[in-house]
Design a protein around this ligand. Structure first.
Ligand code: A3P
Length: 295
């Protein structure tokens, strides 16, 4: 593992831990290698579910929905476990089953027992323009471990996002790895959904997730889950989540901001947008997905 310092044009840095061809955020435990090996051997618990996303694609949103569905109660989890690769093995082992696990790992690093036991997997993807905007805000607000809050401008961050692999490498590599994994493992229960579809029809997506999990599908319960997981309700409830607010520089919950589709239009200049459209076109080969940039 090497610590990589990725510098933007203004001299502001983003740190990553580079291992096995992938840049990880510095809060992945230890030298990454040992933690990934220990995670690879994590013991499965009956009914475990795992959400995997590229960062800023709606991980916390989906976690809350799945947690409610798994537990049959539309109650927020105010003490959620963190991303798999940021938690100690003891903490993960001590969580009561069935667990709602969340991760940004590539398929090759997902715990083997979860794959072998065919645990339900949900992969959420979000259009990369909104991901870039969300990530800049998050990186600027976060203050945990070696992630001390990125100090660079939007312009400089976007330049890095487009030209350099940052945490979990590029959006294209990450999304493609999961699509390929699903294609080559047709027997595994992997549901792929988009953030944009969840915004457009949350109730319908909650229903699909419940079907995928084999969870209770009583219409009133699913209505309640969808209603509690609307951005306004969920971000209000989670604004008093001390575990998460303690991770931000300003005491707000850094995992909630605007929760919209198409906010990138307020951030990307015409020139940035045209340039990124070309990058997207060049990199979409083999990514057989409909990516919606507006609703
Ligand atoms: P924005 O920064 O665009 O608002 P993650 O959980 O993967 O870190 O993703 C964070 C993004 O999901 C943030 O996007 C956050 O506001 C958004 N989000 C969180 N809860 C949401 C909800 N209930 N509905 C829609 N978006 C939500």
């Amino acid at each position: 593992m090497e610590i990589r310092r990725i510098e933007d044009r203004g001299g502001k840095e983003i740190l990553t831990k580079y291992y096995d061809g992938i840049h990880f955020p510095p809060i992945v435990i230890g030298n990454v290698k040992d933690h990934l090996e220990a995670l690879r051997n994590l013991k499965h618990k009956n009914g475990d579910v795992i959400i995997d996303t590229f960062p800023k694609s709606g991980t916390h949103w989906t976690y809350e929905i799945l947690h409610m569905l798994q537990n049959g109660k539309a109650d927020y989890n105010m003490n959620p476990s963190m991303i798999l690769e940021f938690e100690s093995i003891d903490t993960l082992d001590n969580l009561d089953g069935p667990r709602t696990l969340k991760s940004h790992l590539y398929p090759k690093h997902i715990p083997k027992s979860l794959i072998d036991k065919k645990c339900k997997i949900i992969h959420i993807y979000r259009n990369p323009k909104d991901v870039a905007v969300s990530m800049h805000s998050f990186m600027s607000r976060i203050n945990v471990g070696d992630m001390k809050g990125y100090k660079g401008t939007w312009e400089h961050f976007f330049d890095l996002f487009v030209t350099k692999p940052l945490a979990y490498n590029t959006w294209f590599q990450h999304v493609k790895s999961w699509l390929d994994f699903k294609k080559t493992n047709p027997d595994l229960p992997i549901l792929i959904m988009s953030y944009e579809d969840m915004k457009k029809d949350l109730r319908g997506c909650v229903q699909k997730m419940a079907e995928h999990l084999g969870a209770k599908q009583d219409p009133e319960f699913l209505d309640e889950v969808a209603s509690k997981c609307q951005f306004s309700a969920m971000s209000k409830a989670q604004s008093s989540n001390n575990k998460e607010t303690s991770m931000s520089r300003d005491g707000s919950n850094p995992f909630y901001r605007k929760g919209d589709v198409g906010d990138w239009k307020n951030w990307l200049t015409v020139a940035q947008n045209e340039m990124y459209d070309k990058v997207i076109e060049e990199n979409m080969a083999g990514i057989d997905l409909e990516v919606k940039y507006t609703l």
